[in-house]
Design a protein around this ligand. Structure first.
Ligand code: BGC
Length: 497
């Protein structure tokens, strides 16, 4: 197979970098998310999520005008999905619970029996196959009824979310030992409110995003505290959140401060309150936004402050740090008078920076995804320096293409190069990375890219009512890494695949 050659080349690279085996306790998994795979959008007592509403109401915002109404049909085909994970020998499968499927009113007054049954089936079957369930409580699909009450901009959402989390912990926590509260608040706060290409599609740049940001920190923290007080002693699990971080590097030497400010805006806004010793907003960002707000005539900062009590509530609410990594950007100071596009895609109007890419970085079919494997190592090094010697779980990493091709050479290469950098980070930089998650188990509904962009280890035929899944070369490659627990892929294992 062609990718065997690639593996052979990687062996020599690894030999130079030192060590090909992953630590014995290191775990490998793959991920999905409810709206992207489940379908069954209106089955039984499930209520509408903001993505059901967004995709139905604004088809023009989705590249192929598609919806997640059926998606991979995983509501019916969950057994097949678990079979795929099992064949690859995965240690864990990360999936998300659809809040409106479990709690159709959004509140815990009524728990859907159907929702309960569906997630219990998945969890129990995974465990039978010796695959650990890693459960995300929120992956972008808020009940629309809560959106109608302001969604992530209503401060009460912190309690709504904690109440939902309590239901999930009490129903499933006897068997689920790794919980991710929120997936990528940067997507549903910054992309949603600054750019509008995420549900709810309501744009309020520089205001809505910061209100949402604060509320996500409180929601995560309250859910964590619920776990701590009511469940931890019996269930003994771990709880954190996952954000997506680009590696951000200075365009030129004179842009170092600009790059550091951008890191604080992208990573710090969702991490400093939780993972730093001081808690609260990253001081540099808090100061800059307060100054800017004043210049703009606001009598207060557009970034809502934390009270002392809130700082204490949020600080330290983690058992590890989860993060998703896909790509990198360069950062430079904006020139005087230069127009600055929206954060986090084009620039940072509040911190006066422009984002870019280097000419030598290869692009993928997703416009935003440039391949920069060393970015994951640099990012891990920065996170360790910033937040200390904590445990890291990489909760997503993967490569986009528009081609359905199962000979996905670029994706194999992407995984190989990123895994190499993770190993270097563990061996050379002594960063405590304990697991890695491939995004994604199978092609699925890629948000505003609809079905036009694919990230799957498995190809899914969306024209086939059966949504047939076919393993790609990347699935075989990843399975061989998992089974040999090494980048030095064992030939015996390859023969068995
Ligand atoms: C999200 C996934 C998404 C992936 C690729 C992450 O932002 O968590 O839902 O499919 O990136 O775009």
């Amino acid at each position: 197979m062609w990718w065997l050659k690639a593996v052979a080349i990687s062996l020599s690279v690894c030999a130079v970098l030192g060590g090909r085996d992953f630590p014995p306790e290191f775990i490998f998994g793959a991920a999905s998310a409810a709206y992207q795979v489940e379908g069954a959008w209106n089955v039984n007592d499930k209520s509408l999520s903001i993505w059901d509403y967004f995709a139905h109401t604004y088809p023009e915002k989705i590249i192929d005008r598609s919806t997640g109404d059926v998606a991979c049909d995983s509501y019916y085909k969950w057994k097949t999905d678990i079979e795929l994970a099992s064949k690859m020998g995965l240690h864990f499968y990360r999936f998300s619970i659809s809040w409106p499927r479990l709690l159709p009113s959004g509140f815990p007054n009524y728990i859907s029996e159907d929702g309960k049954r569906y997630y219990n089936n998945i969890i129990n079957t995974l465990l039978e196959k010796r695959i650990q369930p890693v459960v995300t409580l929120y992956h972008f699909d808020l009940p629309q009824s809560l959106q109608d009450l302001g969604g992530w901009t209503n401060p009460l959402i912190a309690d709504w979310f904690a109440n939902y989390a309590r239901v999930a912990f009490s129903l499933f926590g006897d068997r689920v030992k790794i919980w991710i509260t929120l997936n990528e608040p940067i997507s549903f706060c910054d992309i949603a409110y600054n750019v509008g290409t995420q549900a709810p599609g309501y744009i309020s740049p520089g205001v809505g995003n910061y209100i949402c940001n604060k509320n996500t920190m409180l929601a995560h923290a309250k859910a964590y505290r619920v776990y701590d007080k009511e469940f931890r002693s019996k269930q003994n699990g771990k709880v954190s959140l996952s954000n997506q971080f680009f590696w951000l590097e200075p365009d030129t030497k004179s842009d170092e401060q600009a790059a550091e400010n951008a890191r604080q805006l992208m990573v710090g806004m969702y991490s400093h309150p939780i993972f730093s010793k001081q808690g609260g907003w990253p001081p540099v960002i808090e100061r800059i936004i307060a100054e800017k707000s004043k210049e703009e005539g606001f009598p207060y900062s557009r970034l809502p402050a934390f009270t002392e009590e809130e700082i204490e509530l949020v600080k330290g609410t983690y058992d590890f740090m989860g993060f998703n990594f896909y790509t990198s950007r360069t950062v430079r100071n904006a020139k005087p008078g230069e127009e600055i596009g929206a954060w986090p895609f084009e620039g940072g109007p509040d911190i006066n920076i422009i984002l870019g890419v280097r000419g030598e970085w290869n692009n993928t079919d997703a416009w935003w995804l440039y391949i920069t494997p060393d970015g994951i190592r640099k990012l891990l090094g920065w996170l360790k320096k910033e937040y200390g010697d904590i445990e890291f779980l990489i909760t997503e990493n993967g490569c986009a293409s528009s081609s359905p091709d199962v000979d996905d050479e670029v994706r194999v290469q992407y995984y190989k190069e990123h895994l190499e950098q993770v190993l270097v980070s563990i061996n050379e930089d002594k960063v405590r990375v304990t697991g890695y998650t491939a995004w994604t188990l199978m092609d699925n509904y890629e948000w505003t890219d609809g079905y036009s962009i694919k990230f799957g280890l498995h190809y899914v035929d969306f024209n086939d009512p059966n949504r047939t899944r076919t393993p790609r070369a990347s699935a075989e490659y990843y399975a061989s890494v998992v089974k040999s627990h090494s980048l030095d892929v064992n030939n015996k294992i390859i023969d068995e695949l």
